[in-house]
Structure formats: structure tokens, C-alpha cells
Design a protein around this ligand. Structure first.
Ligand code: SF4
Ligand code: FE
Length: 493
């Protein structure tokens, strides 16, 4: 099948029987639901990009498995150049959507599972890698969106998998059958899960021998029996339900999505199992997936940052403050922070190296440094954006007030809309509505529904800050650095 367009992708979702719960009820037509729709549009952008001739080089690739042209989101990176192009594509999509376009978790999972299954087979004589290659060709040829599902709910963080009072708090095998396995558990805050055709499930952390049943990796269609999702709500999400809502949404077309994905005794056939008890490879899979996703943030968050910087500059311009030297300096600072993140994304890609399976992996230390910076810089970028925007960003009347023709019975006999227009005007020649639009955009990304994807996800997505610090400690090679110091300082022990 040829590469899907965004419209074809949306139609393909209608053919699935995905079970979605939202605001306390089952939502049969979730595809057209105003709260879900922007996140679907955002994924659709990843499909449309592949059809734009000027972006063909970034958005498509040639499959190492089939030799066919595929969407880069289902590509196995075969060079450092592929890794760099991945980051550039993510920045581009961040610029186009100012949102999380959700499809990267699948891409990152493909690359991690591909190399891990290869090494697992070498040690254990299993045949997961061949099964996974066949699965990848199916995904590539059908241009499917896949949720790379890692994070378990985890319950009591002080206890291991099997010590939990409720054993389902980590996804586990509950039954082994000749034709496959049955799994139970859940994956929490799953980016784009509802919009995915498939779920590729991985362990959430390393697993000990006693917790073998939790060392499991498999793929299932999103509408498998026993699988359902509960939509994660976002700040100000119900604004999307207001009739005719536009300006107040800040970003009407695009948005992100997270959900709880529940597996209540889901059957997985043998050919879709890629780890089944090989606990010594769980940690490798987790580290590799996390590494790729930490690289990803050096692309997507930077693209969104570009839009935020532009919006802050516009807010200053519309308010007549753009010539002030401190505003110029703040825009420089935002740019410096944003480009530092991009530098990390590019650096860990350029320093990538081949795995034993042949696909390329990012430089782990640099990818973790990238994400550690992402836990900080977007917060500072947002802080400066709020500084430049001013308090109006959060105190402005609603779009309905601005549009209202209701006459206010006072001496001037102006309508509510006219009063709003008069007092929220900025520089001459700029319609008040434009000023409103840019401030509502900033409100949305700083503390509205889009803040999930730009702020909190920058902190916790692809692992919370401490997870990167553990990896940095492991990769930092302090002993070798001590030796450098000894050599230069003439220390002989
Ligand atoms: Fe992709 Fe960024 Fe969203 Fe992760 S947070 S899925 S890298 S857009
Ligand atoms: Fe993420």
C-alpha cells in the first residue's frame, strides 16, 4: 500500500473498533469528538508531510527490510544521517503543529525492539528478531501508526513488580498457551494511544529473575478484545466543547493526547511476541527506547519552541513593546535556550553508532544530556514568554464577549464587543482580535491543554529527570576523567 495521506489515515481509524472512554462514558464516535479531534489532526500532519515534495527527504525513507519507500516514522535508522533527519523532521512538525504529533513513540520503539531482539536471539537462541522484521514490514507497508507503550502504572514505587499488592500494576504474562500468551495490566499516560492502529508493548524497567513474567514485549492491534483506553483530560479541555470556539482555544487545529491503556486478559499470538521471560534483556530495551525518545525531544520541543518565540515576539509587537532592549534580550535568551536543545538533539544523532543488528543508535550520554536540558529549558522559555505576554494573557474576557453585539446601557451605548475592542487594543493598525489570538496561543501552550505536551511532558516524558541522571552517571566515565587529571597533574599512585 502506498503512503497514506492525513485524510486516509483518519478514515483508517474508522475501520478500527477501538474502545474509548471519555468523561465517564463510552465514546463510540471518538474520532469526531471535539476534544480528541485536534490530536488526530496532529498525527495526520505526519502523514501529509510525506506527500510534500519539498520535505520528501526528511519525511520519507527507503526501508532496509523491503527496499520500498516508507514514512520515516516507521523507519529503522540505518545511518547517522537518518538519526539527524529524524530530529529535523520532528522540529519541522513541531513548527507546523505547535503540539505533540504522537507518532515518534512508535518509531522509537521500533528501533529499540529491532536491536534488542537481535541481541536476545544471539544469547538465548530465540527467534524474536525474525518475527519482528515481519511485523515491521507489515507496519511499513500499511503505513500504520503504532503506540510504543512503555510506562506501567507502577503502584508503590518502593516495591518490585511482584511485591505489589495488586500484581496488575505492571504488565505481565498471566497465561502461556501453545499458540501465544495472555497478558494483563495497563500502560499509563500513553501518547497517541487512541490514535494508533497498533500497540507495541515493552517492559517499563529492568526485571529480575523472580519477575520473569513481567519481561514481556509484544504487539497487538488497538482494537484487540480486552483492550480499552481511558482518555486523559487536559487543562481547559472543555473549551473545545464550547459552540463555535476558535480564538479561546489558542490552537484550534492541533493538540496532543494521552490515555490509560488497559489490557484485561489480552491474547497475543506467538508471531507477535518479541520477548517472553528473557528478563536479562528488559533493561536494554528500556534504555534504548528511552535513549531514542530523549533524542526525539531535541527535535519536537525545539519546533514548538520556535512557535512560542514567534508568538512572544508578536505579543510584544502588538503591544508596542518590541523596540525595548529588554524584550530583544529576552527573545535572544529564548532562542539561545531553544537552539541549545536542538544542538543536543543533533549532537547525539551525529555521534550515533550501529548496533549489532545494523540499525543506528544515538550516543546515549548525549541523548540523556539532551533530555535533562529539556526538563529545564522549556520551563524557562515559557517563563520568559509569560513575562513578555503580560497579565492580559490570563485576564482577558472570553471570545464570546469580544464577539457580543449586546449593547451596554451606558452613555456611549457601545456593545460588549466594542468595549472589549476599545480597551484591549494595542498598537494602531493591529486588530484587537490578532492580539487576542497570539495571547490565547501563549496561554494554551504555557498553562492550557497544550501545556501537557510542552511543559509537563518536557519534565516527565521519556523519563523523569532522575532517570537521565542515573544514565549520565553511568555513561559519564568519571574514572577515565580522574586518570586524565592524574596524567596532567603528574600524580603517580
Ligand atoms: Fe513525538 Fe515529541 Fe510527542 Fe514524543 S513528545 S511523541 S517526541 S512529538
Ligand atoms: Fe513524549
Amino acid at each position: 500500500m502506498a503512503l497514506m495521506t492525513g485524510a486516509q489515515y483518519i478514515e483508517s481509524l474508522r475501520k478500527l473498533g477501538t474502545q474509548v472512554y471519555l468523561f465517564g462514558r463510552k465514546e463510540p464516535n471518538w474520532i469526531d469528538h471535539p476534544i480528541v479531534k485536534p490530536s488526530i489532526n496532529c498525527v495526520a500532519a505526519t502523514y501529509d508531510l510525506a506527500h510534500e515534495p519539498e520535505h520528501e527527504d526528511l519525511a520519507t525513507a527507503t526501508s532496509n527490510l523491503s527496499g520500498r519507500k516508507i514514512n520515516r516514522f516507521s523507519h529503522l535508522h540505518m545511518s547517522q544521517d537518518d538519526l539527524v533527519k529524524k530530529v529535523k523532521m520532528q522540529r519541522l512538525l513541531g513548527r507546523k503543529t505547535a503540539s505533540c504529533f504522537q507518532r515518534c513513540v512508535g518509531m522509537d520503539a521500533f528501533n529499540a525492539v529491532y536491536s534488542t531482539t537481535y541481541e536476545c536471539d544471539q544469547k538465548h537462541g530465540t527467534s524474536y528478531h525474525e518475527s519482528f522484521k515481519k511485523y515491521m514490514i507489515y507496519i511499513q507497508d500499511n503505513d500504520l501508526m503504532v503506540d510504543g507503550a512503555m510506562t506501567d502504572p507502577k503502584g508503590d514505587r518502593g516495591k518490585s513488580h511482584s511485591q505489589q499488592t495488586d500484581p496488575d500494576l505492571f504488565v505481565r504474562i498471566v497465561e502461556r498457551r501453545p499458540d501465544g500468551i495472555v497478558v494483563r495490566g495497563a500502560k499509563a499516560h500513553q501518547t497517541g494511544s487512541i490514535n494508533s492502529h497498533e500497540h507495541l508493548v515493552m517492559p517499563t524497567q529492568s526485571v529480575g529473575e523472580g519477575d520473569k513474567d513481567y519481561a514481556v514485549c509484544f504487539a497487538v492491534p488497538s482494537d484487540s478484545p480486552g483492550l480499552f483506553m481511558i482518555y486523559g483530560r487536559q487543562a481547559s479541555d472543555t473549551r473545545k466543547l464550547e459552540p463555535g470556539a476558535d480564538v479561546d482555544l489558542g490552537n484550534k487545529k492541533f493538540g496532543g493526547q494521552e490515555a490509560l491503556v488497559v489490557f484485561d486478559n489480552v491474547f497475543v499470538p506467538n508471531h507477535r511476541i518479541f520477548m517472553c521471560g528473557e528478563y536479562d534483556f528488559a533493561g536494554m530495551l528500556v534504555e534504548r527506547f528511552a535513549g531514542y525518545h530523549r533524542q526525539s525531544y531535541g527535535g519536537c520541543k525545539v519546533g514548538v519552541g520556535d512557535v512560542i518565540i514567534g508568538a512572544a515576539a508578536l505579543a510584544a509587537e502588538y503591544g508596542g513593546a518590541d523596540k525595548a532592549s529588554h524584550i530583544k534580550d529576552k527573545l535572544i535568551e529564548m532562542t539561545h535556550l531553544n537552539e541549545t536543545l536542538y544542538s543536543c538533539g543533533i549532537a547525539c544523532s551525529s555521534e550515533g553508532c550501529p548496533t549489532a543488528a545494523g540499525n543506528y543508535q544515538i550516543d546515549m550520554l548525549l541523548a540523556n544530556v539532551c533530555k535533562q536540558n529539556v526538563t529545564r529549558f522549556p520551563y524557562e522559555i515559557v517563563r520568559i514568554a509569560e513575562d513578555i505576554a503580560g497579565g492580559l494573557m490570563v485576564t482577558m474576557p472570553s471570545e464570546l464577549d469580544f464577539k457580543s453585539e449586546l449593547k451596554v446601557p451606558t452613555a456611549s451605548n457601545l456593545s460588549l464587543g466594542e468595549w472589549c475592542d476599545k480597551f484591549f487594543a494595542g498598537v494602531d493598525g493591529v486588530p484587537t482580535e490578532n492580539r487576542m489570538r497570539v495571547l490565547r496561543f501563549l496561554e494554551n501552550i504555557c498553562l492550557g491543554s497544550a501545556a501537557v505536551g510542552y511543559r509537563t511532558e518536557s519534565m516527565h516524558g521519556a523519563g523523569s529527570p532522575q532517570a537521565q541522571r542515573i544514565m549520565i552517571a553511568r555513561q559519564g566515565d568519571i574514572e577515565a576523567k580522574k586518570q586524565l587529571a592524574k596524567d596532567i597533574a603528574g600524580i603517580k599512585e
